[in-house]
Design a protein around this ligand. Structure first.
Ligand code: DMJ
Length: 477
């Protein structure tokens, strides 16, 4: 009976136009729930998974390597950069733990830094590396905790690094001794010479002392003023004579964060001189270095004086550049370039350290858990809101889970083809790789992006904490 009457009911139902419209709306809502809801859950699930993996790896560090610079994730030992440990992994990891809500773990780091850590050490440290990891990490720690003791630590550390800048050009030496202030190493690459201005600017702002910013700015000017007539910098410079040691120019490893900081320093503090440097540089980069190869966009290496192409080798660090392009408003090139990187990642499931796009050949097959492709994926997802970036990021995460996960944490891979592993876990995995994965998948990611500028080591600084007018006075520009 009921079955026979059913079509009659339907006919009556559809005869009423309003009922029909209601039905269409219902189907629409149903569809959007079926299509939209699982996607949202999938991203939330991924964010939770990243968070759980961060916690697991952090606990492994705390159990096997506490107090030391890095965890050895296969042998369950530790590795120190110098004869005395500097607590590099915890300082780098702090912000990620805090952003993910691991208050207890972050609090333990904060207390150790405030009460027990000393930088009064007779060791020569790499000026660039300790600036981006230690000073950047301490400043992020202060920005998130507002603990005055942490700011004192950061300032104490910066004072120990400043003697490195006492060269004839103002570009810092490769090494500086944290106790004696002795500096050594007169040859540096442009990234090592010109990536201090963001951290030093933040410190100047917090301490109301322009000396940090001005010192770093002098180095920035020293490099920029030696650019070629084509407005291109070379890769390596002598910090005493100011002479270039080579004549290659590119946007990748060994130059990368110099460009990054021209743009980001302008965005965080509003110093127009930095904007001018960036605007001039990016025009030259697009004119001479951008390279279309078989429909794919890459950025190779050219001669800085002639602009002539000298190499099509790129490194996995170069994958930061789509993020920088997106940040400066060039989404067309940013998206095209990131698709080249995505293609390269998917050839092997992890990206090689050095690749020749001209020859389609892997030159260095290592993958060291680097964050740059994930960083760019996060930026591009933010600016485009295109879910393709979530799915590409998901693939990177799955591959890292598949090839780099150990029973206690994650490890580097010596060869992306054979997937041979090595017993090392760099601090930037905690500071950057996991942070960018989490922010990409998490609901928080979009707002967080708008509110912050990330350092080259992914230490975020809250834009609200820095007014342009105050910066002008405190930084002295
Ligand atoms: C990080 O330490 C920083 O991002 C640096 O600027 C270069 N890349 C490494 C991680 O790959």
């Amino acid at each position: 009976m009921a079955a026979n009457n059913f079509p009659v009911c339907l006919e009556r139902f559809f005869r009423k136009k309003s009922n029909f419209i209601l039905l269409l709306i219902g189907i629409g809502i149903g569809f959007s729930q079926v299509a939209g809801q699982p996607l949202k859950n999938q991203n939330q699930f991924l964010a939770d998974q990243v968070r759980a993996e961060m916690q697991r790896s952090w606990h492994a560090y705390a159990e096997y390597a506490w107090g030391h610079d890095e965890l050895c994730p296969i042998s369950k030992g530790f590795h120190d950069w110098y004869s005395i440990p500097l607590f590099i992994t915890p300082i780098d990891a702090y912000g990620t733990l805090k952003i993910m809500g691991f208050e207890k773990e972050a609090g333990r780091i904060e207390r150790y830094v405030a009460d027990s850590l000393s930088f009064d050490r007779d060791i020569f440290v790499k000026t660039f590396e300790v600036n981006i990891r230690i000073l950047g990490g301490l400043l992020e720690m202060y920005d998130l905790s507002h603990d005055a003791k942490i700011l004192n630590r950061a300032e104490d550390f910066a004072r120990r690094v400043l003697p490195a800048f006492k060269s004839k050009t103002g570009i810092p030496s490769y090494y500086v001794n944290l106790k004696t202030g002795e500096a050594k190493g007169d040859t540096v690459n442009v990234a090592e010479g010109g990536s201090y201005i963001l951290e030093m600017g933040v410190l100047s702002y917090f301490t109301n002392n322009p000396v940090y910013y001005q010192t770093a700015k002098k180095a920035e000017r020293a490099i920029y003023s030696r650019r070629s007539p084509l407005d291109l910098v070379s890769q390596t410079i002598d910090i005493q004579t100011g002479q270039w040691v080579d004549s290659v120019s590119h946007i990748g490893a060994c130059i990368d964060s110099y460009y990054e900081y021209l743009s980001k320093t302008w965005l965080l503090f509003g110093d127009p001189e930095l904007k001018g440097m960036w605007d001039t540089s990016i025009v030259a980069i697009q004119k001479y270095i951008a390279d279309d190869k078989s429909g794919m966009l890459w950025y190779g290496t050219v001669n800085s004086q002639t602009g002539k192409k000298v190499s099509s080798k790129i490194t996995l660090w170069d994958a930061y550049f789509p993020a920088l392009l997106a940040l400066s408003g060039d989404m067309t090139r940013a998206e095209k370039l990131l698709q080249s990187w995505n293609w390269l990642w998917n050839k092997n499931g992890l990206e090689p350290m050095v690749y020749d796009y001209g020859k389609d050949e892997i030159i260095e097959p290592r993958y060291y858990l680097n964050p740059e492709i994930i960083e760019s994926t996060y930026y591009l997802h933010h600016f485009s809101n295109d879910s393709i970036y979530l799915r590409e990021g998901e693939k990177y995460f799955q591959d890292i889970m598949k090839y780099c996960r150990t029973d206690i944490a994650f490890c580097q891979v010596e060869n992306v083809v054979t997937k041979k592993r090595s017993d090392a876990l760099p601090s930037f995995f905690f500071a950057e790789t996991m942070k960018y994965f989490y922010l990409l998948f998490s609901d928080k990611g979009n707002t967080f992006f708008d509110e912050h500028i990330f350092s080259t080591e992914a230490h975020p600084f809250s834009r609200n904490d820095f007014s342009f007018a105050e910066a002008k006075m405190r930084l002295g520009f």
